[in-house]
Ligand binder design. Structure first.
Ligand code: SF4
Length: 68
């Protein structure tokens, strides 16, 4: 699966980092770091990636592509 980020929506709440710390992080300026932007999230991280998508309060994260 891939996760797309709408950076215009992201407000830096950091819930995605809390739920999916191996996929998402916030930098020192509160900007979202998506470690697998434009590429597949490794299979072993998919569960936490999906939890992060579900947790984002502003729906800035969207799951794209097939789930294995
Ligand atoms: S939870 Fe949503 S709004 Fe918050 S940092 Fe992550 S993507 Fe951005």
């Amino acid at each position: 699966m891939q996760i797309n980020v709408d950076r215009n929506r992201c407000e830096g709440h950091g819930l995605c980092e809390e739920r999916g710390p191996r996929v998402f992080a916030l930098d020192d300026d509160g900007e979202l770091i998506h470690r697998f932007e434009g590429t597949d999230v490794p299979a072993e991280y998919e569960t936490e990636a999906a939890a992060a998508v579900a947790a984002c309060p502003v729906v800035a994260l969207r799951q794209a592509g097939p789930t294995r």
